[in-house]
Design a binder for this molecule. Structure first.
Ligand code: GMT
Length: 391
């Protein structure tokens, strides 16, 4: 991987020998699901010979180390006292157009509509008459929470309309987008994916989980209100009255302080670990006994997919697109996210009966391998790009 100075190079043409092409990927570099999907997609494409250019304000969390065919372009914003906020969208648009020109990008794929799809639209307009096909992938809150806000609604709709291809990570999100924005265009569904070779069952190796008779309950998120952290703590408080267990919380965000307070108030400090943002999620997930994701809604639920791939039984919210992935009682469980008693009851059944837990976990892994393997889903994105490059 190279941090490229794009400012002094001459344009290259789009002929790349055996390489399928050059792609720019725009995403949020933080630990949120959209950035993780974008990064894993870019890395997988690079392994397939694509030249991949990440364009973000910092190095994406899963883009550590050096990889061939992978380039990183930092978006620099310039501040000035007159600005209340530096206009990131403009700096991003300029950077996209520079990278596209200098490296001969065949396509730009933006993850999370706001403001990335708008910046890509501006970049394409600045580059005319040279074309730059735009693929926009909608991930969830860009539509359900942010894009629908009055100050963003019109520009979100416009940017979706102006993209050459639009995908959503679930049919729930596709339908929600059509309803909320009255767009008439086609939106394809390409679900989240996982590498089952990496996300696999593992021996327990967490230093603070030394007691093999103690069950490990896990939750990972960006600690935003939509993740419903109080339900995680409440469910754990109820189940831990019956089962010897430990709760591991991975990630960070605005609700962390309140969550710590809830844990303290419930007298669970000695049983709950806050790990913060971590690399190596596969290692952590692979040794859990149960994964909780009681969000207010999830368009897909990438973290629960990763847990399922590790053979870990999941209790996830029933609101959103999770029912497209989980068949409740067969390869995981769906629950109203506020029914903490119901979730605790299910958790006790799963954790209290190792055979039952293994049955659900095995079914989950099998389901993921069959439908959500990286190899299969990345090929679908490649087909999408090829349909734009060859027209
Ligand atoms: O809310 C998050 O977890 C972050 C957010 C994001 O865009 O980074 O996640 C969304 O995208 C993920 C990847 O496609 C989906 O798996 C999540 O379900 C979705 N989150 C929500 O819909 C709340």
């Amino acid at each position: 991987m190279v941090d490229v100075d794009t400012s002094r190079r001459s344009p290259v043409n789009s002929t790349l020998g055996d390489s399928p092409g050059r792609i720019g990927i725009v995403c949020y570099p933080s630990s949120g699901g959209s950035g993780v999907v974008a990064t894993e997609l870019g890395l997988a494409l690079a392994h397939r010979g694509w030249q991949v250019h990440f364009i973000t304000y910092s190095l994406p969390i899963r883009l550590q180390g050096f990889e061939s065919n992978v380039f990183f372009h930092k978006v620099q914003t310039d501040d000035y006292p007159v600005f209340h906020h530096p206009p990131y969208t403009l700096s991003l648009a300029v950077k996209i157009s520079e990278v596209a020109d200098l490296h001969g990008l065949d396509v730009i794929h933006v993850h999370y509509a706001i403001p990335h799809a708008t910046a890509a639209y501006l970049a394409r307009a600045m580059m005319a008459p040279r074309s730059l096909p735009i693929v926009t992938t909608l991930h969830g809150t860009d539509i359900t929470l942010v894009g629908v806000q009055p100050s963003f609604h019109k520009i979100t709709r416009f940017s979706i309309e102006e993209s050459d291809r639009v995908t959503a990570v679930s049919d729930f999100l596709r339908r929600r987008t059509l309803e909320s924005f009255s767009v008439e265009r086609e939106i394809g569904v390409i679900p989240n994916f996982v590498d089952p070779g990496l996300f696999r069952p593992r021996e327990r190796n967490l230093p603070f989980c030394v007691d093999p008779t103690e069950k490990i309950v896990l939750h990972a998120s960006n600690f935003r209100p939509v993740k419903n952290l109080p339900a995680v703590v409440e469910t754990f408080a109820l189940l831990s009255k019956r089962i010897r267990a430990r709760l591991i919380l991975v990630g960070d965000g605005p609700e962390r302080g309140e969550t710590q307070e809830l844990v303290r108030a419930a007298g669970l400090e000695d049983k709950v670990h806050f790990l913060g943002i971590r690399e190596g999620m596969a290692d952590i997930l692979g040794c859990a006994d149960l994964y909780l994701l009681p969000s207010e809604h999830e368009s897909f639920g990438l973290s629960s997919l990763e847990a399922m791939s590790c053979g870990v039984p999941v209790i996830a919210t029933s609101r959103g697109g999770t029912s497209e992935v989980i068949e409740s009682g067969v390869n995981g469980f769906l629950s109203d996210p506020h029914d903490t008693e119901g979730m605790a009851k299910t958790a006790i059944e799963v954790l209290g009966n190792a055979d039952y837990g293994k049955q659900i976990g095995d079914a989950a892994r099998e389901h993921v391998i069959e439908h959500y393997s990286q190899d299969t889903i990345v090929s679908r994105y490649e087909d999408l790009y090829q349909s734009l490059i060859t027209v």
